[in-house]
Design a protein around this ligand. Structure first.
Ligand SMILES: NC(=O)C1=CN([C@@H]2O[C@H](COP(=O)(O)OP(=O)(O)OC[C@H]3O[C@@H](n4cnc5c(N)ncnc54)[C@H](OP(=O)(O)O)[C@@H]3O)[C@@H](O)[C@H]2O)C=CC1
Ligand SMILES: CC(C)(CO)C(=O)C(=O)O
Length: 309
């Protein structure tokens, strides 16, 4: 199986390393700086589930890989999506699957509209991995779960093969026939988690110890749940219980990648996660006051970055 992965960052690097371990022919599509780094030092992953180090195939945007890929994985952040799509569009031949691993949901309809002939898979990553300044991928969580499945049918052989290969490399991976629901489940959680941690600029434990922290967290989670319900993606009650427990664990050091991006002065996926959730709440005329403040807070942060560039 041949796979091209755009983006050798936290997610792309992790998934790519595990696919290579499973004997997959993986090529990374990377921009100049990262391409040079990969060419000179290879791909290195430090993970509690097993390290990886090895030489990897690399192409730059505009280059063609030697052979047609069976699947193209997108593992950029949302602000880079347009440039990423320009880079992968020439690789999408009939039969090639496109598998975005981005958080959020709105890119799925956008990709379906933009590439109507392409077989689109959805993807979700649970876990945390980070590309360090020295080029090493650091797996930060004790787990990493990958879920994928087709957007417009109930099963897909390429999605199944990707899952089987990841499993053979020890990854907790699942094929699903309801990828949109699964993506919404994560989206509603992430919007609440990233929203509250970015708004309060603190971990869950610190927010809980602050004035009305618990009420505010649970209020925001209920707001994002109400949007999911209005959009036709009601989450299972048992999952909501898990989310509530996770977000109200006293002393929890959990922070979102959105807060880490803000702390580092980087661009965020605020518009893609919080802005999109808020737009959907407004479409359904739902009252989501905590979400509105969180989205405005991250929007103002982005506007300050705009003004400084
Ligand atoms: N990291 C995590 O733990 C998790 C991340 N996610 C989601 O996964 C997605 C990816 O996140 P993450 O892996 O952390 O992101 P990273 O920033 O670590 O990696 C993104 C990579 O994409 C590359 N890239 C961007 N645009 C292009 C382009 N046009 N051509 C080639 N390469 C490009 C960047 O390269 P360059 O150096 O050239 O900019 C960078 O290496 C996000 O949507 C995130 O929310 C989901 C769950 C967990
Ligand atoms: C919620 C979490 C940690 C799960 O992978 C995540 O995706 C993020 O913080 O962006």
């Amino acid at each position: 199986m041949r796979v091209v992965i755009l983006g050798a960052g936290g997610v792309g690097g992790y998934v790519g390393a595990r696919l290579i371990e499973a004997g997959t022919d993986v090529t990374f599509l990377a921009r100049e700086k990262r391409a040079q780094e990969l060419a000179s030092q290879g791909l290195a992953l430090k993970s509690p589930l097993g390290d990886f180090a090895g030489r990897v195939k690399v192409v730059r945007p505009g280059d063609k890989p030697a052979d047609q890929p069976d699947a193209v994985l997108l593992s950029c952040k949302e602000p880079a999506l347009e440039s990423a799509l320009a880079a992968v569009a020439p690789l999408l031949q009939p039969g090639t699957r496109l598998l975005p691993l981005l958080n959020g949901v709105r890119h799925i309809d956008m990709l379906a509209e933009r590439f109507p002939e392409t077989l689109l898979l959805g993807g979700i990553i649970h876990g945390a991995a980070n590309l360090r300044p020295d080029g090493v991928i650091e797996h930060l969580s004790s787990f990493m779960t990958v879920i994928t499945g087709p957007v417009a049918s109930s099963s897909d052989p390429v999605a199944t093969e990707i899952v089987d290969r990841l499993k053979s490399a020890g990854v907790d991976a699942y094929a699903t026939h309801e990828i949109r629901q699964d993506m919404w489940n994560k989206f509603l959680f992430l919007a609440a988690f990233a929203g509250i941690t970015s708004l309060m600029r603190a971990s869950i434990g610190i927010i809980l110890a602050s004035d009305s922290g618990r009420e505010r967290i649970l209020r925001l989670l209920e707001e994002t749940r109400s949007v999911a319900v209005a959009e036709g993606f009601a989450p299972p009650d048992t999952l909501m219980d898990e989310y509530r427990a996770l977000l109200t664990e006293p002393g929890s050091p959990l922070t979102s990648s959105m807060l880490r991006d803000i702390d580092a002065g980087r661009r965020t996926e605020g518009a893609h996660i919080l802005g999109d959730m808020l737009a959907r709440a407004r479409k359904h005329e739902l009252a989501t006051p905590v979400l509105a403040v969180a989205a405005a807070h991250v929007e103002a942060y982005e506007r300050r970055l705009d003004a400084a560039t």
